[in-house]
Design a protein around this ligand. Sequence first.
Ligand code: ZN
Length: 142
Amino acid sequence: MNCPLCERVKLTKIGNYPYLIHEFKHSYLMLGEHQFFSGYSVLVLKEHYREMTDLPRPLRDEFFHEMMLASKAIETAFNPKKMNMCSLGNVVDHVHWHFFPRYADDPEFTDPPWLRMKLFESAKITPAEAVSSIAKIKQALN
Ligand SMILES: [Zn+2]
């Protein structure tokens, strides 16, 4: 298998992924490696499934609950005007959700976040720069 998210899950399990925020029963919440939108995070299912509809119950229900906890924590920590949650999987077909906090001062607030994905690379952060945002979200989860 050649799945970058399975690889990331493997790294996270052994403590080698520095952007980890929280381990849920079925997923890992990770701060995005870019912060074009402050607080951008990704929730990655531990097991490889292609579609949300492939998840057996109760896994699907429990994972949905983890999504809600993750989103709420990011909302509490970053206070966006609106949270954008998306799951596409066209590039990596391993179930994961993107959480893009969107802010009132964004001149392109009504645009989907992906329209600016070419700029994401310019907002890459180091693990050291991720520490404070990770701590904020962790605190909101407790
Ligand atoms: Zn995978």
